[in-house]
Write a protein that binds this ligand. Structure first.
Ligand code: FE2
Ligand code: FE2
Length: 375
């Protein structure tokens, strides 16, 4: 069995560190902006004071004469013969230009870091393009220092390509996830068809589970993982004989006992599959018929031992089972099914999950309409 080179825990730690570093760097950029802004203000005041007093302040002369542009023009156009005022203005112009470029880059970097700090993915094609489009600005630094300008230009171009590469890797990963999810759905649909449910039970249960998890304040990553994991909650039904699954009318105690084993079969089928979603899928398959009061199956787990994912899918699954037509029963009216869920608050179901279901009921009904069975 292959071992993932990066464990989920270490990936989460890296993400947390990235968020912290992003916050810190964004703050540094904000503070750093004071330097070019005050430099520009100082230069403008210096020029104004030179124009009024007819004398160039010494710091303007020093700054001007240190710029490459000044030196170039000085040698090529006999700048020395020009009025010191014009000399200073040429030097100042190149220096202010450099400070504006620094400001633009600091701003761009700060935006990226803020995005990173909120958990966003900075490696996007859009960001790479934005950076490349602005790379020529780095050449303006040559006015002040030729080597610095050229080096910055090359670094910005290189960084933009790295960013583009990162965005392609991200797109590839998204595509792989999408294909994986489609396969999971197809697999789960086989189970659904086998148990005589030709409808969209699994899609609705997975949507309801995500809505409830969101209402409980779970982070987006967990909600998305639960959405995928809950698709496979009944996967163990693949191992249950069709004559029992499709039997119209009431089941005998023995047959019901066989049906119940779909939970442990689900756990077994998903036992050796790797990945976070699959581990969560295994938990959900095993626990979606456990009850908050400990009277559920297959293990009669106590409320402390049932995972949050199991408790959420339990509510989503029962609500959808009640509002769907089955070979042995007609579908219930939505209101009656809602009341039934509320009746199970604190006994069959976790009170917090039931409350979240009630608060998000409008969204649940939206999903119910969106993924309704064809008549
Ligand atoms: Fe089930
Ligand atoms: Fe189900």
């Amino acid at each position: 069995m292959g071992v993932s080179p990066v464990s989920k825990e270490s990936l989460e730690k890296i993400r947390q560190k990235l968020r912290k570093t992003g916050r810190l760097l964004a703050l540094l950029c904000r503070i750093q902006k004071i330097i070019p802004i005050s430099g520009i203000v100082l230069m403008v005041f210096g020029i104004i004071s030179a124009a009024i007093n007819k004398q160039v302040p010494s710091f303007i002369t020093e700054v001007s004469q240190s710029s490459t542009f000044y030196k170039l023009v000085y040698h090529m156009a006999s700048l020395s013969t020009l009025d010191p005022m014009y000399q200073a203005m040429i030097g100042c112009f190149s220096f202010i230009l450099v400070l504006i470029v620094v400001l633009v880059y600091l701003n761009m970097f700060e935006n990226m870091m803020n995005y990173l700090a909120t958990g966003g993915q900075p490696f996007t094609l859009e960001n790479a393009k934005k950076m490349r489009n602005r790379s020529w600005l780095a050449l303006l630094l040559c006015f002040n220092n030729l080597s610095l300008g050229l080096l910055s230009f090359v670094l910005v171009i290189l960084f933009s390509y790295l960013m583009e590469y990162g965005s392609y890797l991200q797109l590839q990963a998204d595509e792989t996830n999408r294909i994986q999810e489609e396969m999971i759905f197809s697999f789960a649909e086989i189970t659904e068809n086998k148990s005589g449910q030709t409808g969209k039970h699994i899609r609705r249960v997975s949507e309801y589970s995500k809505i409830i998890a969101r209402q409980l304040g779970k982070d987006e990553e967990f909600c998305e993982k639960l959405r995928v994991a809950s698709i496979m909650h009944d996967v163990g039904k693949l191992m249950i004989p069709s004559e029992i699954l499709e039997k119209p009318g009431k089941l005998t105690d023995e047959e019901y006992g066989v049906i119940k084993t779909h939970t442990t079969w689900g756990g077994k089928l998903l036992d050796h599959v790797e990945g976070d979603e699959m581990r969560l899928a295994r938990t959900v398959a095993l626990e979606h018929h456990e009850r908050y009061d400990g009277k559920g199956y297959p293990s009669g787990l106590s409320k402390e031992d049932i995972s949050e994912a199991g408790r959420i899918v339990a509510v989503a699954d029962v609500y959808d089972a009640l509002t769907s037509r089955r070979s042995y029963k007609e579908k219930w009216d939505d209101r009656k099914a809602y009341d039934e869920i509320m009746k199970g608050r604190g006994t069959q179901f976790d009170p917090q999950v039931t409350d979240a279901f009630a608060s998000a009921y409008e969204k649940i009904q939206e999903a119910q309409r969106k993924f309704a069975d064809q008549a």
